[in-house]
Ligand binder design. Structure first.
Ligand code: BEZ
Length: 309
């Protein structure tokens, strides 16, 4: 990032402020004021996750190939969730540390894989990785992340700090290997949620602000990684429609309640919450359903990257 030019008039000051705000919004620079967000409510329960999104740790063959864990590797798993993938990575590496903001999911990981000696579990709001005493400079060979960065990078105000934290904790030559939602991810359900909130009296601006996700294009991600000091070795954006579960507590309704919990939180009554969930399911019913067998698919778009320190 080039240096900011000197401000010589009120008009140019205004212009620079606008420019900086736009860069902040795009996640390219750290904002001037960085008010720490309050630790979010823990929406995750292991049972809801199993019912509505069990495919998350399963559709990972390619990103694990990209990670290519070695028996000498120390690996940090950023946003490790319930740890099922973390445990698989640990089978092929020297030591793995799983970090996640959800105490519920970390507890699930610890209770299932507590006996795995080269695995450790850490509750941390990963937006604050950079300032955390839990990570040390040059500690890891690799940082891995699957299906978590779209939450962690949501706030433009802490995006660059997260990437700098990842950079700091890697050894020179270490790799940041991740898969996340990319531009256009789940646009079907995202649009339906925004519209349903508006129909319950929430302004479109507030509805957009409420969205807990950041789904960057390949170019935005590359720019941010380079800004943090990385060199991008490989990246790929692909459309990967993903089948929803047919579990009683899962399906589209379970997915919306779990993944869209933060959208629903802005509503002040149970009735409004139910109306939003119902509207999203009704609007998307025929769009997502494959007529031949009634299966339902969400329009997932995956962004995969290997970036080197
Ligand atoms: C994803 O893993 O791509 C995803 C997660 C939550 C909401 C939408 C998409």
């Amino acid at each position: 990032m080039s240096e900011m030019p000197l401000v010589t008039s009120a008009r140019s000051a205004e212009h620079e402020t606008d420019k900086q705000t736009k860069q902040e919004e795009r996640g390219l620079i750290t904002p001037r004021t960085n008010t720490p967000a309050v630790q979010s409510k823990d929406h995750w329960t292991h049972s809801a996750y199993k019912a509505s999104a069990p495919f998350v740790p399963l559709l990972t063959q390619e990103i694990i190939q990209w990670l290519d864990p070695q028996t000498t590797d120390t690996i940090l798993d950023l946003g490790c969730g319930d740890g099922s993938l973390t445990a698989k990575v640990a089978e092929r590496s020297a030591r793995v540390a799983g970090f996640d903001a959800s105490a519920n999911l970390i507890e699930a990981g610890r209770s299932t894989y507590g006996s795995v000696s080269n695995l450790s579990w850490h509750v941390l709001d990963c937006r604050y990785l950079e300032g955390s005493e839990e990570i040390k400079e040059g500690e890891y060979d690799k940082v891995f992340s699957n299906a978590a960065l779209h939450w962690i990078l949501r706030d433009a105000s802490s995006r660059m700090s997260v990437l700098r934290g990842v950079y700091r904790t890697l050894r020179p030559g270490g790799e940041f290997v991740f898969e996340m939602g990319g531009a256009g991810n789940c646009a079907d359900v995202h649009a339906a949620l925004l519209a349903a909130l508006v129909h319950q009296g929430i302004s479109i601006e507030k509805a957009r602000e409420t969205s807990p996700w950041c789904f960057p294009s390949e170019l935005l991600m590359k720019n941010m990684l380079e800004e943090a000091g990385f060199r991008v070795q490989r990246s790929k954006l692909e459309y990967r429609p993903t089948e929803l579960t047919s579990e009683k507590e899962g399906g589209l309704e379970g997915w919306v309640k779990l993944m869209g919990a933060q959208f629903l939180e802005v509503l002040d009554t149970e009735d409004k919450t139910e109306a939003v969930v119902r509207e999203v399911c009704d609007v998307l019913q025929t769009i997502l359903t494959h007529e031949e067998d009634g299966s339902m698919y969400l329009g997932y778009v995956r962004l995969k990257v290997i970036a080197r320190k």
